[in-house]
Design a protein around this ligand. Sequence first.
Ligand code: FAD
Ligand code: SF4
Ligand code: SF4
Length: 415
Amino acid sequence: MVIATLPLLAETPTLAPAPHRDLCTDCGVSRSSWAHQCGKACQFIHPRYETLERQVHGRARDVARGDEAFFGVHRAMHRARLDRPRAGAQWTGITTRIGERLLEIGAVDAVLATASDAEDRWRPRPVIVTAPEGMAECRGMKMGYSPLLALLDECVARGYRRLAVIGVACQIHALRALEAELGLEALYVIGTPCSDNTTTERFHQFLGLLTDTPDEVTYLEFLADFRVELRFRDGSHRYIPFLQLPIRDLPRDFFPATCRSCFDYTNSLSDLTVGYMGGEGDQWLLVRTARGEALLDLIRDEVTLAAPGSRGDRTGAVKTFVALSERAAGGLPVRGAPDWARPVIGWAQRRFGPKGLEFARTRVEMKCAEGILALRHERPHRMKRMIPDFAWHLVARYGLTPRAGERLQTPQETT
Ligand SMILES: Cc1cc2nc3c(=O)[nH]c(=O)nc-3n(C[C@H](O)[C@H](O)[C@H](O)COP(=O)(O)OP(=O)(O)OC[C@H]3O[C@@H](n4cnc5c(N)ncnc54)[C@H](O)[C@@H]3O)c2cc1C
Ligand code: SF4
Ligand code: SF4
């Protein structure tokens, strides 16, 4: 893969091609000098959530403590928005603003983040950013895999010892697993939640089903009010209720097995998670470590914070989701609501559905259920190793419990 250079980003090297692996999101390790470490670092081959939580937070998550079962170890949660939202950002731009601040004050030599391919706004392009102005190029979500960690070799070669990394959970799992071997003086990890990623090609196909003018779309987001927002080049917006998405027109393998069997929705190994799920229209921050607090302090005087709200009851929505997913995973046809009823149900979801933290809990439980069912039907031999205990804990109330041989009886991890 040859990567073009943008003027404000440090030159990014040409990366080795990615070798084929069964479950792999091309986090970049296999293209780097640490390629032989995939077996140790990968969340699909050797997931080590508990061990890595101890490494990062000093303890593993306690499922009996507050919301830890859902969101992982955290010291504080906030609704948040930048007082001056940045153009091109996915939400208000907190993620890239923190990267900018780290570079402005000289706390890091470089930030590893994901910009867009020069030819395709939606295709991820991993970059090494060394000047604050370069962070603007990284704003906004791209759909596809970003081999971010392949750039660690270049950072080592340039003598960068103080790094920040902005990434999704499968990248951060591998980063934390390798952290001790990287010889860094400082590592700041800003994570975003992540769900339903797919290849850039598949995403273009999806856009083509949503609109007659897919090339005009500049922004897409799955909002916390059960709608997808599309923005177009001419400044117009369109909102599509989840229920009216053309999901049944998508091929069965549209969402890859990797992302359907990924359990760390909220990026629990980061110092600071920046998402939107619990934010009721604002952003949602999970401060996890002392370093995460220091990251938030960098933007304190330019961000409005509030306590996150929580309303509604997720039980019915998750129960229905689990029942439908079980049918679909078993190959049975899923009978959805008739077309005439969808707008009414969509309205009712927005009006009465779970909101704030309850919405975030809903999505986390759904993702755990989806992961367990996907593995049960597609890769049962992987279940013992891949499903963390917290996932079984969360879905037990929906009658989804381990069958013989699906869960390790002994501790899941070795270091
Ligand atoms: C595929 C995907 C799915 C997501 N799903 C959810 C979700 O379900 N719930 C939720 O709360 N949040 C989700 N997010 C995060 C969300 O889209 C925002 O990135 C986040 O809320 C930060 O917003 P911001 O305005 O601060 O980001 P910005 O300041 O606009 O910065 C966006 C950052 O995202 C990084 N990035 C962009 N695309 C990718 C990519 N493909 N891989 C790795 N990093 C990337 C860039 O490095 C950039 O720093 C998802 C992100 C991705 C990439
Ligand atoms: S560690 Fe990264 S590159 Fe290696 S198999 Fe896993 S996702 Fe793929
Ligand atoms: S859903 Fe999970 S596996 Fe897929 S890209 Fe996001 S963090 Fe990685």
